[in-house]
Design a protein around this ligand. Structure first.
Ligand code: HEM
Length: 405
């Protein structure tokens, strides 16, 4: 390959987003501490090797989250975001995280299993009915995204009639990223204001009449002797809606897509559902819902031969790290539902390790247990699909289903 043929990392380009993996490999092999300069976009750095990212995200003393998680400068100020744990450093991060972590203990998460399974079954009923009536089933919209939306609404105890609003909010937040945080863009400003307005009213109502849900628990919680403010609680709502919905839906959709690319492994999973938990992590490794998020250097940091100055945005390309041959060997790009590996970065690592990882895996496990038992030939029609346009997350807008009988 000549240098001009080399696939290039360009997070804004639809061709890169369709298949980012050759460009990631190019970065890992030839430019692992990449300085990205592109007309019309802010300059930033990008790490692509597993070890470099693993070490950086576990070093919050040098790599801060407080300037936001994208490569845009001042995204927090521009968006008027409430402070969320994912954009805080220790020690405040540690304290806030300990409050929210109580809502996500493995025990608490597992107690939701019967409820989620019942919901998953009802969605399969629905897609079967649609398919049998000759209608096109959109796996992503009709099934995958519905599950995390349901779960979040349960956590927040939101009435059924209000639940449909979640997805447009998430779409608006994603659109916001793609428009360079032009908050006038694509009705995003309106959607964000609507979301904050909705949760603001909910917080007021739960302060007056607390229930058993997570928002009520947060209104009662104390940090260093003080109650959390509405603004703090809005930050939690924001991170759960923005971080928990799309990511989990895309894990489910990508899993169906990956199995459709290897029917022998799909059959094996149908025959041996005990392999599902292992397969899910392999899906996440190969098609990481979060492809990359940024940190900001708090002082000059040397990685290999390169020194990154203080105050620079550095993208952690999780999607690249998870396919690094240095970590996973020569078969890193191949699906292997039995693959055993001690570490991956789909949920990051260190202080910001995903708090919802148990919940995400529970939802995806139930989705695959039920779906493969009832529709063992389910696949996807990539020619009719539409990918999400995002420099940070990898996923779908539409993904038509095939093989439903
Ligand atoms: C497959 C699904 C999911 C993926 C791939 C995922 C991925 C991630 C990643 C990569 C981070 C670290 C962000 C960073 O590097 O700065 C993170 C943090 C977080 N995630 Fe998830 N997530 C998923 C599902 C969920 C769910 C279901 C919830 C909760 C309902 C959730 C809540 C959070 C929270 C609260 C944080 C911030 C933790 C902190 O800053 O201490 N996530 N997630």
């Amino acid at each position: 390959m000549t240098l001009t043929d080399a696939p290039t990392y360009n997070p804004f380009d639809a061709a890169f987003q369709a298949d980012p993996y050759p460009a990631y490999r190019q970065l890992r092999d030839h430019d692992p501490v990449h300085r990205h300069e592109q007309e019309g976009a802010p300059a930033f750095w990008a790490l692509s090797r597993f070890d470099d990212i693993w070490n950086a995200v576990r070093d919050s003393a040098n790599f801060s989250s407080e300037q936001g998680l994208t490569f845009y400068p001042d995204e927090i100020g521009q968006l008027g975001l409430a402070p969320t744990i994912v954009m805080l450093d220790p020690p405040r991060h540690t304290k806030l995280r300990s409050l929210i972590a109580k809502g996500f203990t493995p025990h608490r998460v597992m107690s939701m299993e019967p409820l989620i399974r019942e919901f998953v079954r009802s969605r399969i009923d629905l897609i079967e009915t649609k398919a049998r009536a000759g209608e096109q089933v959109d796996l992503h919209q009709d099934f995958s995204t519905q599950i995390p939306t349901f779960v979040l609404a349960e956590l927040f105890d939101i009435p059924e009639s209000d639940r449909m609003q979640f997805d447009p909010w998430v779409t608006a937040l994603t659109a916001l990223q793609d428009s360079g945080f032009d908050i006038q863009a694509l009705g995003a400003q309106h959607a964000v204001a609507e979301m904050f307005g909705y949760f603001g009213e909910l917080i007021t109502a739960r302060r007056a009449a607390p229930g058993e849900d997570m928002i009520s628990a947060l209104t009662q919680a104390e940090l260093e002797g003080e109650r959390l403010t509405d603004w703090d609680i809005l930050g939690f709502c924001f991170v759960l809606v923005a971080g928990g919905n799309d990511t989990t839906g895309n894990l489910i959709s990508h899993g169906v897509m990956l199995l459709d690319g290897d029917h022998a492994q799909r059959e094996r999973l149908v025959a041996e559902p005990d392999l599902i938990p292992n397969a899910l992590v392999e899906f996440l490794r190969l098609e990481s819902s979060v492809q990359g998020l940024a940190r900001t250097t708090l002082r000059p940091v040397r990685i290999g031969d390169v020194e990154i100055p203080e105050g620079e945005k550095v993208m952690m390309l999780y999607g690249s790290a998870n396919r690094d041959e240095r970590e996973y060997g020569e078969s890193a790009d191949r699906l292997d539902i039995t693959r055993q590996f001690p570490r991956h970065l789909a949920f990051s690592s260190g202080v910001h390790f995903c708090i919802g990882s148990h919940l995400a895996r529970l939802q995806a496990r139930l989705a695959f247990e039920e779906l493969l038992a009832r529709q063992p030939h389910i696949g996807v029609d990539l020619s009719g699909s539409q990918r999400l346009n995002s420099a940070f997350t990898r996923g779908w807008v539409h993904l038509p289903a095939t093989g439903i009988r």
